[in-house]
Design a protein around this ligand. Sequence first.
Ligand SMILES: [Zn+2]
Ligand SMILES: [Zn+2]
Length: 375
Amino acid sequence: MTDHDEKTVSLERGVERPRGTDVADDREALLVRGPAHARAPRPLAGTLHGDRGHPALGSVPRGVLREEAVARLRPRGHLGKAGAPRDDQHHGDRRGASGSPCALRSPKKAGTLRSVTREAVREGIGVWRPAPGHLPPNAWFGVPTRRGGVSRGPYASLNLGQAAGDDPGHVLRNRTRMFQALGIPEQGPVRVRQVHGTRIVTPAESPAEALAEADGILVRAGDPWVAVSVADCAPVALVARDGSHAALLHSGWRATRGKIAGAGVRMLAERGIRASEIAASIGPCIHACCYLVGPEVAREFSKELLKPHPGGVALDLPLAIARALEEAGVDVSAITVAPECTSCTGSAFYSHRRDRGVTGRHWALVHLARSSEST
Ligand SMILES: [Zn+2]
Ligand SMILES: [Zn+2]
C-alpha cells in the first residue's frame, strides 16, 4: 500500500489498547512511547526477483515493487557490540531513543522484501522473503507486509489478526486476498493458539476446531501451509536442507528465553535431520534499536544479548535466537537474520511496541511442496 499508512498509524496513537489473546509478550518491558526514529521508515526501493522451485513462485515479473536487503548473521562477536547493560532501569522512565540506534545492526545483507506472484503484485501485497537460495527450492517461508489490504487506521491495511480490535469483516477479506495472492487453499493455513511457550506441534495436532496451545508447527513436505501470528516477535523457519521437514516458530522474548529454537532443532532431529543439515531464517522482528526492556527481562539473558540503548538496555532478540540455534548445533553460516526492525519499518510492518498494542498482525507462513511439485 502507500506511505499514508505510516501517518495514519501515528495519528491513531493514544487509542485504548484492545483486549485480545494475540499480543506480544513484552508486557513486562513496555515502552511508554516508541522512539522518534520509529516513525521514519527507511525507504523501500527496488526490484523484484523471481523464485524457482516452489510452485507458488513460478511466474513472477521482474522490476516491480520493492526489495530490501536483509542481514546474514556474522560469526560470534561480529553482530553488533554488546555493551555493559545498565541495571538502574525504571518502568516509568522509558523515553524514546534519539538518533539512530539502528546502527547496532549487522550490515551484512541476505534477504528481501518483495512480492512473489502475479496476484500479489496486482493486489499490491508485498512479502518479505529470505534471500534466494538460502532455503531449499521446495520451501516457502515469508511474511506478507501490511500493504495491500482493506483495513484502516492503525490496522491499515493487510491486518490478518482477528483478536487485535479490527473490523472482523476486513480481516476476513484480507485473509482471502492474501490466500489468493500466495496460492493458499481457501481454508487457510494450519495455526496454533500462541501462548509464548516452547511447544511445537504437527498440523494434525492442531485442527481448526481445536487449535493446540503451542508456538511452533513442524511440517513435512506435502503438509498444508502453516502460519504463526506476529507483530514484533520473531518468526523463525528451520528447514532441512533436503526439503523434507521444516519448523515454523513464534519467538518473542519468553519463547526465546525458553529456547524454542533449540526445541525445533530437537524435533527435527527426531525425524532424522541433523542440526548441521538445517538452514534457519529469522524473519522481521523488533531489534535492539527499539526493544528497550526492563530488568526483569534483561536478567533472563546473557550480557552479549543486551545492547546499550539511550533509554536503558535493549534486548537483541534475533541474536538471542541465533545463539540458541548455534547452541543446538546449527552452523552459524546457515542462519540468516532479516535486518528489518518491525518497529522501525512502519510502512511495511505492524509493531506492537511502536503502536502501543493498537496495531495489526502479520502471519508468517511456511509451506514445503512435495519434491514432485517443485520442478
Ligand atoms: Zn508474539
Ligand atoms: Zn528499531
